[in-house]
Design a protein around this ligand. Structure first.
Ligand SMILES: [Zn+2]
Length: 850
């Protein structure tokens, strides 16, 4: 890809649509290979348009006929759609097209999954259903008629007439085509109801295949909680008579917020104690909330164009993070979010795929559904809230909804709502949206005569296309502790908006110990000279849970870096401090489990790369294992006590307190097995009455090279459960010793249940392979070759999932010459393949670019 690729779309080229749509009527005559779609679209000239060129998007459509105001017309079919001479006055366009859902393996537009029809239209899938101005700034009410013998026929909005072989739906709320949805299948519903704050009754249904009806109760409760929460916290009420969720096995993403008809990857909604883990339950609760929250942040107020994607995603992720914090623990959730941001978004932001939260250009928009747009987008909303305060944030959101309901808007509109509501100038803050890269904040301290001065300096390394960076506004939450561990200055937020700035704290009797970036108040990397003694002090005394955890994490990282780079051994001082932390019964068990989680291998690789050295994934893996052994050795007694005393008794519940205890005991189990063998895990496996305990025990056994019998038993027990079998596939690769990982993955691809066209199954194996850092980067290059082979196989069928999974290679420039040569060869092999999809070639092109 070059800068002047004709397929590239630029933010700066935006022009308003030539025509607007007042109403859409669609009729679907469903047939697996020849579905007919009849459309009747009422257009009118857009008074704000700069031209009158009539263009409708369309891809892979067989045009049967077209009419304008009832008269037959012959449109000119051009690349990506059709054009014709349209009146400069309101008119009705009708078209009949034929499509082939059965052969739609890309899972965009209308497709089939296990005999059921379903759709995925975000971002640009509607153009594979019929000719339409498929852009988010064209909003219209939709009326849909579905004709099929299948028993359940669903679309957006409220149900209308229905009868033998047909059903009609009407969505009164104007929406862009990307929110269109249709489902038809042999489904059953788990039903419920909700009364909104103004007293309206809403029917709630979770539609699934019969065999899954026992996995719906949790999702239904999560939906009700989400509806209540959005009323109480944001004052947002649901606006239709019915809210439908459908579970689909073949789905590229997690879930989709289509108006009134959310379509979910079955892994993101189906759960029972026997088949889903605590982590699954928490994720399902969050995704249901996320999609529901989109009804206001995304649907009622939508994006003008796809460059504004973070407008709906960043805000909605922030809202679902708040929700999870309220339902569970804010401290634990914040640490989880920071771990994800560092593992995935910092990785992206510091490599060839770095891009601003609002990108300036794209070739394939599907490639920009990234952790940067979502997670860093959410961090920006969090910083805004911190800067204007809770009250200012509430006022700004009220104004945003009031001003822009029913509109397709931009980041500028969003920021203006904050400026108008709070009087704050956000012009410098807006750089967070346009500037890629992770800012580094360097800390210097000074102490004299009762005055403590903190000097903060910011710099952001260059990213592709952005060599020079300007200072951003960074809210830094700071607290000060005195040497005996008491907090002398409680948390306050200082605003770093220049390249370098000093902040003074007066009236202190002794030199304080600073706790900086409390609550991870900005998505930055803190560079701070800190002794292990200070970190140990903060791990023991910091009142801010995030920084207390961070101190332990820093100790672990420092120790691991020294082990890897200087060949030192595990640090008993760190291990003892960790032991005191995990034994502290005043702390939440879930938080103590997080204390026990060492920095990941990929995170360590990046840290080593930043010291100017090529990381060796094998050495990193070995050091991490050695430290885990040393912890298990030295803390055996406390780990045994934790394991024994925090077992959950009684019936399984996925709620946070029990889940936290299981995560602590399973972290202890994993360590204890290193020094004491697999007996304890085997006993847990046998006694387990829920998936959390069962799969944790199996994973522990596999990681110590045991568990062959349990692995077989697990397969026999669960071979009929697709979602559970995804775990079985993934775990074997994740738990493989590095030298065996590629071979394990390859062997699994020959398993009769390896349905590689199913994105969940494909990701289970190959996501686990790229996640096993030392295995994927094994010196033979077998991991690279295997992944490349399978990406090339998947690309012609499903470009979106293929392109996403190429990211496994994105860190390739970190490594030594041998690994770089091996990876480059695979990237070039993919790039030079005839007929490679636009999605995948864009990703590979960006990775290979200098
Ligand atoms: Zn979303």
């Amino acid at each position: 890809m070059t800068q002047h690729d004709p397929r590239t779309v630029y933010l700066r080229d935006y022009t308003p649509p030539a025509y607007l749509v007042d109403e859409v009527r669609l009729t679907f005559r469903l047939a697996p290979h020849a579905t007919r779609v009849l459309s009747e679209i009422r257009f009118r000239p857009n008074p704000d348009a700069t031209g009158r060129d009539f263009f409708l998007h369309g891809e892979g459509l067989k045009l049967i006929s077209a009419h304008i105001n009832g008269a037959q017309v012959t449109p000119e079919l051009i690349e990506g759609g059709l054009t014709l001479d349209a009146p400069d006055a309101p008119f009705t366009f009708e078209a009949e097209v034929e499509i082939d859902p059965e052969n739609n393996t890309a899972l965009e537009g209308l497709y089939r999954s296990n005999g059921m029809y379903c759709t995925q239209c975000e971002a640009e899938g509607f153009r594979k259903i019929t000719f339409y101005p498929d852009r988010p700034d064209v909003m219209a009410p939709f009326h849909v008629r579905i004709e099929s013998d299948l028993p359940v026929l669903l679309s957006n909005g409220n149900p209308g007439a229905s009868g033998e072989g047909f059903a009609e739906w009407s969505d009164p709320w104007p929406k862009p085509a990307y929110l269109f949805a249709l489902v038809a299948g042999d489904l059953v519903a788990h039903s419920g109801s909700f009364t909104t704050m103004s007293g309206r009754d809403v029917a709630l249904n979770l539609w699934v295949r019969k065999a899954d009806i026992d996995k719906c109760a949790f999702g239904m409760e999560a939906l009700k909680k989400s509806m209540t929460w959005d009323e109480e916290v944001y004052g947002r009420e649901y606006d239709l008579d019915v809210f439908n969720i459908v579970a689909v096995d073949d789905f590229n993403m997690g879930a989709m917020e289509n108006k009134g008809l959310n379509i979910f990857n079955s892994s993101a909604v189906l759960a029972s104690p026997a088949t889903a883990t605590d982590a699954d339950f928490e994720r399902i609760e969050a995704i249901i909330a996320h999609e529901y929250f989109h009804n206001w942040t995304g649907n009622r107020v939508t994006c003008r164009d796809w460059f504004q994607l973070c407008l709906k995603e960043g805000l909605t992720v922030f809202r679902d993070q708040q929700f999870t914090g309220d339902m569970r623990s804010h401290a634990v959730k914040r640490i989880d979010d920071a771990m994800l941001l560092r593992a995935a978004q910092f990785r992206e932001d510091n490599g060839p795929l770095a891009h601003p939260v609002r990108p300036e250009s794209f070739v394939e928009i599907n490639n920009f559904y990234t952790v940067t747009v979502y997670e860093k987008g959410a961090e920006i909303v969090g910083m805004l809230r911190r800067l204007v305060g809770d009250e200012g944030y509430g006022k700004a959101l009220d104004l945003y909804f009031e001003r822009h309901d029913g509109q397709a808007v931009t980041i500028e509109d969003w920021l203006r709502a904050f400026e108008d509501a709070t009087g704050r100038d956000l012009s410098q803050f807006a750089r967070w949206y346009s500037q890629a890269g992770t800012p580094r904040v360097h800390v210097a301290e000074d102490w004299s005569e009762g005055r403590y001065t903190l000097t903060l300096r910011q710099e952001t390394p260059p990213t592709p296309g952005q060599p020079d960076k300007q200072p951003v506004v960074i809210p830094v939450a700071v607290g000060l502790l005195n040497p005996n561990g008491d907090e002398v200055v409680p948390t306050q937020v200082v605003e770093l908006n220049e390249a370098e700035q000093s902040f003074a704290f007066d009236g202190l009797s002794a030199r304080p110990v600073p706790s900086i970036l409390r609550g991870f108040s900005a998505p930055v990397i803190l560079r701070q000279e800190q002794s292990d003694e200070t970190r140990t002090f903060l791990l023991a005394h910091d009142t801010d849970p995030f920084n207390k955890w961070e101190a332990g994490r820093d100790l672990a990282r420092t120790n691991l870096m020294a082990m890897i780079q200087d060949g030192t051994g595990p640090d008993a001082g760190y291990i003892d401090a960790l032991g005191r932390g995990i034994a502290d019964e005043s702390l939440d068990p879930a938080f103590r489990a997080q204390l026990l989680a060492l920095p990941g291998e990929d995170e360590l690789a990046q840290a080593i790369f930043e010291t100017g050295h090529a990381p060796d994934p094998t050495a990193i893996h070995e050091a991490r294992e050695a430290l885990r052994h040393a912890i298990a050795d030295r803390l055996g007694d406390v780990l045994t006590r934790l394991y024994d005393t925090h077992q959950v008794t009684g019936p399984y519940s996925p709620e946070a307190a029990d889940a936290g205890r299981r995560s602590l005991t399973n972290a202890a189990l994993s360590l204890l097995s290193l020094t004491q063998g697999g007996d304890r895990a085997r006993a847990q496996y046998r006694a387990a009455d829920n998936m959390t305990q069962q799969i944790a025990a199996l994973g522990v056994l596999l990681r110590i090279g045991e568990g062959e019998a349990e692995l077989k038993a697990f397969e026999d027990q669960w071979s009929h459960e697709r979602l559970v079998m995804n775990k079985w596939f993934g775990l074997q690769v994740a738990a493989s010793a590095p030298r065996d990982a590629a071979a394990t993955a390859e062997a699994l691809t020959a398993h009769p249940a390896f349905d590689w066209k199913n994105p969940n199954r494909f990701r289970a194996v190959f996501g686990a392979l790229s996640g096993n850092a030392a295995g994927f980067h094994a010196p033979s290059g077998a991991g690279y070759r295997l992944l490349a082979d399978w990406l090339l196989k998947l690309d012609p069928l499903n470009p979106q999932t293929t392109a996403r999974m190429t990211q496994a290679f994105s860190t390739w420039k970190r490594y030594d010459a041998d690994r770089k040569t091996l990876i480059r060869a695979e990237l070039e092999r993919i790039a030079s393949t005839e007929g490679l999809s636009r999605d995948t070639s864009e990703m590979i092109g960006r990775m290979l670019a200098d």
